[in-house]
Design a protein. Structure first.
Length: 401
């Protein structure tokens, strides 16, 4: 038996007035997701524990069968390992967004989705021109998603850093990193100083001058967050007895795959945005499925639409996943296969950020009878036979363990 898992990041939502008080999942034309729901078992999955932030890292770990309370140290190290950034025991890796600041407020947490080539130039300028301790290193990543590494800093992980996408329109002075203990005060102060000083390096960099001339938002400040040390995670094959592969354009998901011992499949044209090559993702997934027992395909686009509070775009990304990715996968599967589709978390249009709400899931198995659900969406999943379950139990149900 083969296993195929499709994750639409942030796909779940609340009802949207402009969609006649329905969710994008309810209004989108998605016959393939609905078919899986109709032929399969449905339910709701609580991917994020109440005491943890509703981060994709905690949610994806849950879906993969790992308790995030034990294994999630912060998104930084997962993303860093996906970029082959080496971390020692006491190093702390932070995601370092390139953001747009105006009037001492964050106005865009992605700097208008700055290109990776532009971001690389800016991160190089920060590394070479910013006044900082030698223990601080900057690394380029993908688009606005970059890295700040603190070498040999044992207190960094207890500094509180608010995600920039949760801080739009808030005075920067109110959301600068804060120490959780007296020992971490110096680290919090250093991070805060680098945030403020980064503007001097970035504001008039040639990349930003060109962006402003072309009508794009500039990336004139950094925002470090999600810091953590290297996690220790059981190997997926040892845990479940099957070989697995993961496909994603997002470093966080790739990094979880690396630490879990999964094969990480690189797909040309996978961007992590709305223009990602869905067909290429499907083709590479089908190829990976021939060599692995399980393949996970993660798509970031619905989450980006949710953060942008664009209901039309979110509906379109769901339809793209259904037609261009899932439909192509279903047409190309050659063996008996268990297929599941779900979001990792909700990113509701109304709030523009992640929430802890349980998310719908549908699992089709050729050897398990389906329930009475006929559509894949938040409301329909409540009536599924599986009911509401905790995140880390999903993988065992999916694999029939």
């Amino acid at each position: 038996m083969k296993y195929l898992l499709v994750i639409g990041d942030g796909m779940a939502d609340y009802s949207v007035p402009e969609l006649n008080d329905k969710t994008p999942l309810q209004t989108a034309n998605k016959p393939n997701m609905d078919m899986i729901a109709t032929k399969g078992q449905n339910g709701l999955l609580k991917t994020v524990p109440n005491e943890m932030p509703p981060d994709s890292g905690t949610a994806i770990l849950s879906i993969f069968g790992y308790d995030p309370k034990r294994f999630y140290t912060g998104r930084g190290p997962f993303e860093a390992v996906a970029r082959n950034i080496k971390l020692a025991e006491n190093d702390v890796a932070y995601r370092c967004n390139l953001i747009t600041e105006k009037d001492n407020k964050i106005v865009d947490s992605s700097a208008d989705h700055i290109t990776s080539s532009e971001a690389e130039e800016l991160m190089e300028a920060l590394q070479n021109k910013m006044e900082k301790p030698s223990s601080i290193e900057f690394f380029a990543g993908l688009s606005y998603r970059n890295f700040l590494i603190m070498r040999n800093n044992i207190h960094s992980e207890i500094v509180s850093c608010i995600p920039p996408h949760d801080s739009i329109g808030i005075e920067i002075s109110e959301i600068l990193p804060k120490a959780k203990t007296e020992d971490s005060k110096n680290t919090a102060d250093l991070l805060s100083r680098m945030i403020l000083d980064s503007k001097m390096v970035l504001e008039n960099h040639s990349v930003n001058v060109a962006r402003r001339k072309s009508g794009k938002r500039h990336a004139n400040m950094i925002w470090p967050w999600g810091g953590g040390k290297t996690p220790v995670i059981p190997v997926f094959k040892n845990k479940y007895g099957i070989g697995s592969a993961v496909i994603s354009a997002v470093d966080l998901v790739k990094g979880i795959g690396v630490y879990a011992g999964m094969r990480v499949v690189e797909v040309p044209g996978a961007t992590g945005l709305y223009d990602t090559d869905y067909e290429a993702k499907a083709d590479y997934a089908l190829e990976a499925l021939e060599e692995n027992d399980m393949v996970v395909v993660h798509v970031e686009a619905p989450d980006e639409a949710g953060h942008s509070k664009d209901y039309w775009l979110k509906e379109k990304t769901i339809e793209d996943i259904d037609r261009r990715l899932l439909g192509r996968l279903l047409d190309g599967i050659k063996e008996e296969c268990v297929i599941a589709v779900l979001p990792d978390h909700a990113t509701p249009i109304k709030v523009g950020t992640h929430t802890r709400d349980p998310v719908p899931f549908a699992i089709y198995s050729p050897i398990v009878k389906g329930d009475e659900v006929r559509q894949f969406d938040e409301a329909s999943a409540k009536n599924g036979d599986v009911g509401l379950i905790e995140g880390e139990t999903f993988m065992s149900i999916f694999l029939g363990k």
